[in-house]
Write a protein that binds this ligand. Sequence first.
Ligand SMILES: [Zn+2]
Ligand SMILES: [Zn+2]
Length: 200
Amino acid sequence: MCIWRLFTCCFTNRDRSHVVYYETPAVPVPVRAETPKAPTQTMEVVESLSQVLGALIVADSQFPADSQFPLRIAPRCRSCMERGTLKNTGESNANGNTRRPYYICSVCKKEEVSKGGSAYDVGWITWNDNKGIADANPVCECGEISRQDRMGTKSGRSGVGFWTCASGSCSYYSEDEKGLTWKQLGYAQRRATPFRPWLI
Ligand SMILES: [Zn+2]
Ligand SMILES: [Zn+2]
């Protein structure tokens, strides 16, 4: 056997099986130690922090848990998240909404006006009263009783009824008498049952 052959025979795959001392020795797999549990004291601190955080979130929520109107905290605009500005419709209102308090987003409204836009509903957040809210109303995406409302003169469909989130917190909207959404109607408006409001 030549020297080269003698040298490589120990390293080729073909011959490796014959070289016992090159085989990887079986190494026992160590048993993984169980992750130590956090000390009880730490867990208590975490729980306390969670409770405080939860309370803060509820306090900052734009939709009060009890759904009482007038709202205790100004609701946020769903477009820009700014707090709404409280206004009043005053003595004369073409849509029959005399002296009704409502929230509007001054930021979005101002932006619409500065752009030269005329979308009358830009910046609208919600009414700040109980009108149109009844137990039998459909439920909005917040899981709360929705508000029955009617379209105004500027919509071109004055008097047509619709359902919306009572506090303007979610995007729930329906023109169907039973409150079915556009999606639930299979995106076919013809399946909706139009209605005239009976609560306002
Ligand atoms: Zn806004
Ligand atoms: Zn809602």
